[in-house]
Ligand binder design. Structure first.
Ligand SMILES: Cc1cc2nc3c(=O)[nH]c(=O)nc-3n(C[C@H](O)[C@H](O)[C@H](O)COP(=O)(O)O)c2cc1C
Length: 184
């Protein structure tokens, strides 16, 4: 088991694991759970593919369909939690993020970079979540106008490393990421 005595080293380790979401298609970090909540009802959690990572600016990017229900919730409360569990290294990562939603012409450069066969994820008719008569009673109609880029601005990162003695730390943007140890 890795032992960390310095907060910075632990954060570096956390970032190295988050980065695997972009570098390694097989890493569970590629498919974080994205959790939103509105003022009423249950929180919603779903899997998304990590599309871009920018450690320097503490940003993670996802792509989605403008007609998906997460968009409605984000309009009401543009905040989310990103959750990743990495079983190989026994690390849980929880990040609180402010979500910047980009739609329309500004997303055209991103859209151009998406392989044609992957564009089917944006534009399903009827909209995602609509009740349908049978399992395949929908059509893929790729549509740039239904494409949204979610830029997540990380506000805090909490790391929990399991071992014979667990280690937990929280890092916040408001304290310039200096971090503090937490009882696990
Ligand atoms: C492995 C996996 C990857 C997924 N990637 C995405 C994604 O990148 N973007 C997306 O909008 N939905 C993705 N989904 C589907 C979402 O989990 C979710 O079902 C869909 O976005 C509708 O969510 P909502 O109704 O909560 O908005 C993925 C699902 C799985 C199982």
């Amino acid at each position: 088991m890795k032992v960390f005595s310095k907060l910075d080293d632990f954060l570096d380790f956390g970032w190295a694991q988050i980065s695997r979401g972009k570098a390694d298609k097989k890493s569970p970090a590629r498919h974080p759970t994205f959790v939103t909540s509105s003022a009423v009802g249950f929180p919603n959690a779903r899997t998304l593919v990590m599309r871009r990572l920018d450690r320097k600016n503490y940003q993670i990017e996802f792509h989605t369909d403008t007609a998906s229900s997460k968009m409605t919730v984000l309009e009401e409360n543009p905040r989310a939690v990103i959750h990743i569990w990495l079983p190989k290294v026994q690390l849980q990562i929880q990040m609180c993020v402010d979500v910047e939603v980009k739609v329309g012409d500004i997303t055209i450069p991103n859209w151009r970079n998406i392989p044609t066969n992957s564009r089917v994820a944006y534009g399903t008719i009827p909209s995602p979540g609509t009740v349908i008569e049978s399992p395949l009673a929908y059509n893929y109609v790729p549509n740039q106008k239904r494409f949204a880029v979610l830029i997540c601005h990380i506000q805090s990162i909490q790391l929990l490393l399991l071992g014979s003695k667990h280690i937990c730390a929280n890092y916040k943007k408001t304290t310039n990421w200096q971090g503090e140890w937490l009882s696990p």
